[in-house]
Write a protein that binds this ligand. Structure first.
Ligand code: CU
Length: 176
């Protein structure tokens, strides 16, 4: 079936905006970009490229204090390591368990994930109960050849992550 020139043009118009890369999306980012404060959420770190073309072999996520419950999703072909830190004060989990530690860092190592492929690294966590705040999730991306990209920059007040070269993935915390 031959499309009329108008329809073909309309089709092209629909595709064009979707192909236009928005800068932030082309970096290591997190999905969702917003979530209710204190809620449990599935955070997917999105890795759309390597380091200057080199394949990714390591994704290391730093968790700020106050994320008392975080569990990474294991990934075939990647070794998972979890570092914990002691809490200054024990907290009670929703199931009543006393927690004296929280997860401080989660590292996936292996792959490699070639530069021309895309993948996600998933963690289930409870967002801090700070409505209006931001959950910043700095990521160290290690690549073949030893290069490391630190996605860890935080925008200064009044500035936007788009202005940064290596913005840290972040989730805006909304009121519940
Ligand atoms: Cu990028």
């Amino acid at each position: 079936m031959r499309l009329s020139p108008a329809l073909a043009a309309a089709g092209a118009l629909w595709v064009l905006p979707a192909l236009a890369p928005t800068p932030a999306l082309a970096h290591v980012t997190v999905e969702p970009t917003a979530a209710p404060a204190g809620s449990y959420l599935r955070a997917a770190l999105r890795v759309p490229h390597g380091c200057n073309g080199a394949a990714t072999t390591r994704i290391s996520l730093g968790l700020p204090e106050g994320v008392t419950s975080a569990k990474p999703m294991p990934k075939p072909g990647w070794r998972l390591s979890i570092e914990r830190r002691r809490l200054s004060e024990a907290v009670r989990s929703p199931h009543g368990r006393e927690l004296e530690e929280e997860v401080a860092r989660i590292t996936w190592e292996g792959g490699p994930l070639p530069d021309d492929q895309y993948d996600e690294f998933v963690v289930m966590l409870q967002a801090p109960n700070e409505p209006g705040g931001t959950l910043t999730l700095p990521v160290l991306q290690g690549c073949e050849g030893g290069k490391v990209d630190a996605w860890a920059e935080k925008p200064a007040a009044g500035h936007h992550a788009h202005d940064l070269a290596r913005p840290a993935p972040a989730i805006r915390l909304t009121p519940r």
